[in-house]
Design a protein around this ligand. Structure first.
Ligand SMILES: Cc1cc2nc3c(=O)[nH]c(=O)nc-3n(C[C@H](O)[C@H](O)[C@H](O)COP(=O)(O)OP(=O)(O)OC[C@H]3O[C@@H](n4cnc5c(N)ncnc54)[C@H](O)[C@@H]3O)c2cc1C
Length: 438
């Protein structure tokens, strides 16, 4: 039959779908009756729930990514972007990392392109805002926070100092709260090495448009989290919107204005833009219109799951599955099984999973959890957060490396150096060339 299964995106859904297909179709892959391709700009899958810990310096950035080629030896990995999908012709346009775009034909399509930050047309946002979805963003933020402590320590200008030590996070969901809590914890830990900065000199502002934080852990634990953050001195502003941040001058809808050097935007996600450049049907929220069988509505041979897909939640009629890893991993399993069934002409299975709640880390030894109705806070929740994510991070290799990182952190103080110069590696050399011209 030689069926070509093309997976757009090598994140949660892409990696886990391919892993299962690699196993379930091993005979067909060996015999040349099936082949699998993943297209992704990166050569690795990022375990996003560990991004806050990487930003805080508790985990090495290399240990929260799974290398696709090593994990999926029977799958062809192409690095680049899918720019258009013409499912009617069973073809995508592939823009490789270098060189001309080309068309790639397929028989079965898996749309697993995930999501990007959902932004708003706020003046100044594109100038100073940074997201929190990639390893690059998490590490850049870590470098930035530490660099700004250096700036504050070295300046004699109180305005420069105040601006450097003011950090704003917009959006109080998972990503925003965890990122802020971990970075605040790291900054507090780091100031002991600075003569002129006290923890209370650093201002953290969390701006949230709704009336609650961390809705993922339910109202009671969300309220507890809010109290915890405020006790730590974090300025949490509920029912408040960011109006503008031109040139780093932050204006909030409650009338407050101040300068900040750093603004992290974590106010939700929207589907990867490739879904708009496809002939696949979209739902009212712009996601791929998907059935409970994880097939794309009225598009035989096309499957979708994860953040880019609007998957009906059959345990909660009328609602959709939330865009989170809990669903993405489980959907990938059903999706892979359904592709095998599709190829074998068997009946497809329905995706059914009742959201079990969530765990979140709030800095070293601090956390909050609401899982299967069991509510935990502080150290037990933090411990649960770590053990749960350790059990979930893909491959034994990564699990061992994560445990080693954590164990080292028990015995040695955390690294608090900014390696921001890595973001501009040619600057030193350019300066050397400039001296030659002179
Ligand atoms: C900081 C943070 C913390 C989180 N914590 C949790 C948590 O604790 N629990 C939880 O359940 N969820 C959590 N999530 C959410 C979870 O990570 C996502 O829901 C999950 O990654 C979605 O999986 P996905 O496969 O749909 O997308 P992703 O894992 O994002 O993968 C999408 C992939 O598609 C690729 N791609 C995009 N566009 C294209 C294109 N045009 N062509 C080719 N490839 C493309 C991307 O490069 C990416 O590799 C967190 C998210 C963040 C950002």
């Amino acid at each position: 039959m030689n069926k070509h299964i093309l997976i757009v995106g090598g994140g949660y859904v892409g990696l886990y779908t391919a892993l299962r297909l690699q196993r379930k179709l091993s005979r067909e892959l060996r015999g040349g009756e099936a082949r699998i391709t993943i297209i992704d700009p990166q050569s690795y899958m990022t375990y996003q729930p560990f991004l806050p810990e990487a930003a805080a310096g508790n985990l090495s950035p290399r240990h929260l990514v799974a290398p696709l080629r090593r994990v999926l030896p029977k799958v062809r990995i192409l690095n680049g972007t899918v720019t258009t999908v013409k499912h009617g012709d069973r073809v995508v346009t592939f823009q490789p990392a270098e060189g001309e775009p080309r068309q790639i034909a397929y028989d079965v399509l898996v749309m697993a392109a995930g999501s990007i930050s959902r932004t708003l047309p706020i003046p100044g946002l594109t100038d100073i805002g940074i997201g929190f979805k990639t390893v690059g963003e998490a590490i850049a933020l870590r470098n930035r926070v530490l660099h700004l402590l250096d700036v504050a320590e070295s300046t004699e200008d109180p305005e420069v100092r105040r601006r450097a030590l003011t950090f704003v996070v917009v959006g109080a969901g998972f990503a925003g709260v965890e990122a802020l809590a971990e970075l605040e914890d790291m900054a507090k830990d780091s100031v002991r090495y600075y003569r002129n900065i006290k923890p209370s000199d650093i201002r953290w502002v969390l701006v949230e448009a709704t009336s609650r934080v961390l809705p993922e852990v339910g109202p009671e634990m969300g309220k507890w989290t809010l109290e915890q953050l405020r006790e730590r001195g974090i300025d949490v502003r509920l029912e408040t919107r960011l109006e503008s941040c031109e040139g780093g001058h932050v204006v909030l809808s409650d009338g407050e204005e101040f300068d900040a050097e750093t603004l992290v935007w974590t106010a939700g996600v929207k589907p990867s833009p490739v879904v708009n450049d496809s002939d696949l049907p979209l739902d009212e929220r712009g996601r791929i219109k998907t059935t409970a069988l994880l097939t794309v509505h009225a598009s035989p041979g096309a499957f979708a799951a994860g953040d880019a897909a609007g998957v009906p939640d059959v345990t909660n009629p009328g609602q959709y599955c939330a865009p989170n890893a809990q669903h993405a991993v489980r959907q990938a399993k059903v999706l892979a099984d359904n592709i095998v069934r599709h190829l074998r002409g068997q009946e497809l299975l329905e995706y059914r999973h009742k959201y079990v709640g969530s765990v979140a880390g709030l800095g070293l030894h601090q956390g909050v959890a609401n899982v299967y109705g069991v509510k935990l806070r502080g150290f037990p929740a933090w411990f649960m957060h770590r053990t749960y994510h350790l059990s979930r991070v893909p491959t034994l290799n990564r699990k061992v490396r994560v445990v080693v990182d954590w164990t080292l952190a028990l015995f040695f103080k955390r690294e608090t150096i900014s390696l921001g110069e890595m973001e501009h590696p040619r600057e030193g050399f350019r300066a050397a060339v400039a001296t030659m011209r002179r």
